[in-house]
Design a protein around this ligand. Structure first.
Ligand SMILES: Cc1cc2nc3c(=O)[nH]c(=O)nc-3n(C[C@H](O)[C@H](O)[C@H](O)COP(=O)(O)O)c2cc1C
Length: 184
């Protein structure tokens, strides 16, 4: 099984990274992980060039190709909350999925992305609602044909200013639940 991880945190040893490391240990040992650290990947946001209105796919070639390869069974979106949203570089990645929408809407072509499953990881210091981040994550999962159930497949630690993620009592059970849901 291959798992693609999009990590929206800039902090290599931060809260999101801690949860991701824990999560990886829950999968069978032969699982292949590919991680895109979006702060380092330099993926440009969609610039509305409208190439995808007339041609299949996106004309910009960069590390977004990892997603277009579509060779993974599980997609993990992981982000700290920034103003209740995912971080800007992760949103740049998500904006590029507009090519999937254009394929359907303008080119009238069927969606060809393979079916996969989604897991969402969100961390937050404790201020405000995660609803905007959950909403954009749902959009990304939908565009990438990843089934996603917020009840079972969200792993949150939303009070990291008061409770360090390492001491969050609910993390492990949420994680086990999410992975059980994914691999049965
Ligand atoms: C620019 C910025 C905006 C933030 N906005 C929020 C927010 O809206 N809600 C929240 O709970 N925490 C917010 N935080 C706090 C981070 O989400 C929190 O510290 C998180 O645990 C950091 O995760 P990381 O170590 O994986 O990067 C913000 C932090 C920064 C730097």
């Amino acid at each position: 099984m291959k798992v693609l991880v999009l990590n929206g945190s800039p902090r290599p040893d931060g809260d999101t990274a801690y949860i991701l490391n824990m999560l990886k240990k829950q999968f069978p040992c032969n699982t292949v992980f590919e991680t895109l650290n979006t702060f380092e990947a330099g993926i440009r946001p969609c610039s509305d060039c409208r190439y995808c209105w007339e041609h299949e796919g996106c004309c910009v070639r960069d590390r977004m190709d990892l997603l277009w390869k579509d060779d993974y069974e599980v997609l993990v979106l992981a982000s700290p909350l920034y103003m209740s949203f995912v971080t800007p570089p992760l949103f740049s990645v998500i904006s590029r999925l507009n090519a999937v929408w254009a394929n359907r809407f303008f080119l009238k072509k069927p969606d060809t992305m393979r079916a996969k499953k989604g897991i969402l990881i969100l961390t937050g210091g404790g201020d405000g609602s995660p609803a905007p981040a959950v909403s954009i994550a749902k959009t990304a999962f939908r565009f990438l044909n990843a089934s996603f159930d917020p009840e079972t497949s969200c792993i949150y630690s939303l009070n990291t200013n008061s409770i360090p993620v390492q001491e969050d009592p609910d993390i492990l059970s949420r994680m086990e639940n999410a992975v059980k849901h994914i691999i049965g």
